[in-house]
Design a protein around this ligand. Structure first.
Ligand SMILES: O=C(O)[C@H](O)[C@@H](O)[C@H](O)[C@H](O)COP(=O)(O)O
Length: 234
């Protein structure tokens, strides 16, 4: 377990710093390997980061952006994470970047799993950067506490990259990357904006010592595949 934490005075200061760090990683990745990959979260946290990052001078045509998870809706649906990426990140200087869609026009995520797994498998690994948010219930991506699907998806040694949430308590069915896939990266960033989330982060950290795995966030912090760079703000 390796965790580095930086605290910022505001959400925008956090977004500016994270966007600059991601831009540097992507630029260096393209220079070194001719291509770059970036996994990003949905929700509200990434919007300011995307807006700043979309203005960075990067060979964006060589960059592939992958949602860490997706709600089972088309990209023009307001709840779509791919739609969020296209509206806020793949514009301005970043309009030539590639988006890897985790959605297919099929009845359920399970129907599309083989095709999406094939598309994801075609992206060189490890990813260059994974950027995650967190929920106040300690979830990351679509790895929710207390859900039957989460246990197998948190096993780092499991040979699966994707997990499916079929009948969520509320909202849409989902598909998402497993902890194994989320940690198969050169750099991993976790944004934790606001006092409430910082309380949950502290609890997740404390749970490591207690061997309490109820929060998926604890499994992310405890793994030793990649250091977790945490950015927090009040
Ligand atoms: O698809 C999603 O909703 C995200 O991948 C999810 O895991 C998100 O990171 C958290 O729910 C935090 O969301 P906020 O940034 O809106 O607090």
């Amino acid at each position: 377990m390796t965790v580095h934490e930086r605290t910022f005075d505001s959400r925008d200061a956090l977004a500016v710093a994270l966007a600059a760090r991601l831009a540097q990683i992507l630029r260096e990745a393209v220079a070194a390997r001719g291509a770059a990959s970036l996994v990003v979260p949905g929700g509200s946290t990434p919007v300011a980061v995307f807006d700043h990052l979309s203005r960075a001078d990067i060979p964006w045509a060589k960059v592939t952006v992958i949602p860490c998870d997706e709600r089972w809706v088309a990209s023009d649906h307001p709840d779509s994470n791919e739609g969020l990426i296209r509206r806020h990140l793949l514009r301005d200087k970043a309009d030539t970047a590639q988006a890897c869609s985790l959605y297919r026009q099929l009845p359920s995520p399970a129907d599309a799993l083989p095709d999406i797994a094939r598309a994801l498998g075609a992206i060189p690994r490890p990813f260059d950067a994974v950027f995650l948010g967190m929920g106040e219930d300690g979830h990351i991506a679509s790895l929710f506490p207390g859900r039957a699907e989460t246990g197998p998806a948190l096993r780092i040694d499991a040979a699966l990259d994707l997990m499916v949430l079929t009948a969520p308590a509320k909202g849409h069915p989902r598909i998402g990357l497993t902890l194994r896939a989320l940690t198969d990266t050169r750099h991993l960033f976790l944004a934790v904006p606001g006092a409430e989330k910082r309380v949950v982060l502290a609890q997740a950290m404390a749970n490591i010592e207690k061997g309490d795995d109820r929060l998926p966030l604890t499994a992310l912090l405890r793994q030793d595949r990649v250091p977790v760079e945490i950015l927090t703000c009040i």
